[in-house]
Each structure stands twice: as structure tokens, then as C-alpha cells.
Design a protein. Sequence first.
Length: 235
Amino acid sequence: MSKKLIDLESPMRYMQDISTGSEDLKLGNTPVPRDSDAFLFPALQSISLKNYVDAEEKLIQALNLCNEVVEQNNESTIMEDIEALAIAQTLLGYTSFQQNKGEEARNYYEQAITSWTKVHPGNDDEVSEKLAGIYEDLAKSNFGFDNDICFSNFEKAIELWGRLKGSLSMERAKATVRYIMLKCSVDQNNKESLVELKERFSSLIAEFEEANRGVPPPLKSAYSSFTKQFFPDNE
């Protein structure tokens, strides 16, 4: 069991973006119920109650059912079956992380990315922008374990959020700020790196100003905290 070094938000924040079920509902189609749903839906309720042990037990049952279906159907497996598997893997990554099971969380997130990539293959060998949220969670699960992988996946998540929600979206901005703050905590004795990160933060602020959008208050507050912590002489 590894020490949890960073908070992880609920994956429900990006599930609507990545799930094809929400697209079916928009089209008026009713998703076909699956055996794994009998465990997935109660697991979601347990997650909402922060009962991660119970959620994990139910998700493992759902995962086993999903794996059985995918293995039995092999090449004829339909995307809904693979998506059910991806959902179970994603939620297991989250519940494992919340229980300080870092290695298990990373493994589940990596499996989930493989599954989600089959559902959303992207174009011209590019990763689909719909995977932005899960790449960010994989990045966070690697912080303090393998920071190179952490920051590489953060850069990927920032790129994908920009493609999915727009360059001035709060999702991209928040991911960029998280990346900068975590990188600063690792490179706090590297003045050159800190200056580069400050320039990146300033550029992010400038993007909003140049677009006449106004800088969101949370972003202003984060920048103020950043400069006070890492550049107190400039205050």
C-alpha cells in the first residue's frame, strides 16, 4: 500500500464525455441493460457514499462479468461490452486510489485507457480527446511514484482537454494549474524550472486576457498563491 500524495476527483466529472450511453440518451435510444449493471449501479451508490471498500467488491464482480462476456465473444464483442469493461476498470482505479492502493490504481487506469481506446479509437493514430479525464487521473496516480510518467500524462491530458473543451476551458486551465503546482513541488529547488513554470502560468492567464474573456477568479487565486509560495520576493 502506497501513501496517497494527491487528491483525486470523482471520475463522474468526465464520464458523460467518455461514455457513449449519454449519446444514446440524446438520440432517444435506451441502453441495453447488462448483467454487470447489477453491480455497477450499486457500486456507484457506494462511491457517492465514500464506501470505497464496498464499491470495490461490487466493481470486481462487475469486472469479472465483463471480462467473461468480452472473452466469450472475442472478435464479435460489441462496443457496449467493451465500454462496460472500461467503466468498471475506471471506477476500480478510482476506488483503489481512494484506499491508498497506488499500484492497483495505476494498473486499472492503464487497463481502462486500453479499453476506452477501443471505444474511441481517435483519428490518424491520435488519442481521442474523449480520454482527457482518464489521462489526468492516470497522471495523478503516478505522482510520487513515477513523476516522469505523471507529468507526461498530464501534458497529454492538457492537450486533450484543449481539443475536447477548448483552449479557454476551465478543464484545460485546471489541469494546467495542477501540473504546474505539482511540478513546482518537485522542482522547488530548481530556479530555472520554477521560472519556466511561472512563464507558463503567466501565459495561461494571458490567453484569457487576450480573448477578452476575463480571467476566472479561481485562476487568479491560484496564480496569487503560486507566486506567494514560490516567488515571495516578487510580492
